[in-house]
Design a protein around this ligand. Structure first.
Ligand SMILES: [Zn+2]
Length: 318
């Protein structure tokens, strides 16, 4: 059996685990990095933590084929250089993969968190057995990963998949990216809460107060209220699904994928969003590509980052 290490590097926190070739996690652990150390010392620390997990696994070291690292920063997956790290400026410009493989003697690969989530779903989740998928993460931001012919599509300068910044309205809400009307501004976390508040402030009836999430109105609270029959919450999530569905129709027409896999925290609303998204997509897309595509929730859940990172090693070493 072959094994692959995944490192879900979120900034100062990291999860390190090992999966077998079937995608099952055999061991995992969490660690904290000191952001004040030098870049090289941080790499050394990540390598030490990785070695500890490999030792604790008791696996023959030669059966561990390689290491994949997923991180939300700006990076070059071909060179393995992290250009802008999230919350750890000392890692900016550091050649992460070389540093790691020099210490551990294992091939190491680096990619962004959304691409690795796509790879994880492709190999071991909702996209298993398929060739063409689009993965979308719905959370604070909206990100995307595209796999065509079994290969992650990165584009000419590694920026492909920015689906959250497709503009759905030229005169729409302004976005920090410089564009107006970006999808993310409507169906990201804040966009959903904003839409809910506009209606609530107009006086629409709602019992959201019974479902607050740590005292706050969040997409999770709205989904709980909707599941309990709150009409306003249901209507808001339905509209979010319709907006999503109209963009998915464009993707279906452009890429003709077999599946669109929706992950991220907001996707926990499940069919409350996916149902209307599917209906709208079917209405708007050409029928031939619409008939083959399935719109489904991601399957890997809390371990998506870990299994996805390890899948990056699988993709590069297959
Ligand atoms: Zn934008």
């Amino acid at each position: 059996m072959k094994y692959y290490v995944g490192i879900d590097f979120g900034g100062t926190n990291m999860k390190i685990g090992i999966i077998n070739e079937k995608g099952l996690i055999v061991i995992k652990n969490s660690f904290v990095t000191d952001p004040n150390k030098s870049g090289d010392d941080i790499i050394k620390h990540i390598a030490e933590c990785t070695q500890k997990v490999m030792d604790d696994s008791k696996l023959p070291q030669e059966d561990i084929m390689g290491i994949g690292i997923g991180t939300p920063g700006l990076l070059n997956p071909e060179t393995g250089v992290l250009k802008v790290a999230v919350n750890i400026p000392n890692l900016n410009g550091i050649h992460v993969t070389k540093g790691m493989s020099d210490i551990l003697g294992k091939p190491t690969f680096l990619d962004n968190d959304v691409n690795i989530m796509s790879l994880g779903e492709f190999y071991y989740g909702a996209g298993k057995g398929l060739k063409h998928i689009v993965a979308l993460t719905l959370g604070t931001g909206v990100g995307g990963g595209i796999i065509l012919n079994g290969e992650l599509y990165r584009g000419a300068s590694f920026t492909a998949g920015e689906l959250g910044h497709i503009s759905i309205s030229r005169d729409g809400k302004s976005c920090p990216c410089g564009n107006s009307g970006c999808l993310e501004r409507y169906i990201g976390r804040d966009g959903i809460v904003e839409r809910f508040m506009v209606s609530k402030n107009k006086g629409f009836e709602t019992n959201i107060d019974n479902y607050l999430d740590d005292g706050e109105i969040t997409p999770k609270a709205i989904a709980m209220a909707a599941n309990a029959g709150d009409t306003l919450s249901k209507k808001v999530l339905e509209e979010i699904g319709e907006i999503l569905g109209s963009v998915l129709a464009g993707l279906v027409n452009t890429l003709n994928p077999e599946a669109i896999i929706i992950g991220g925290g907001v996707s926990n609303a499940g069919e409350l969003i996916l149902g209307p998204a599917r209906t709208t997509m079917n209405k708007l897309a050409y029928s031939i590509p619409a008939e083959v595509v399935k719109i489904v929730k991601a399957e890997l859940g809390n371990d998506a980052g870990l299994v996805g990172s390890a899948s990056l090693a699988v993709a590069n070493l297959k």
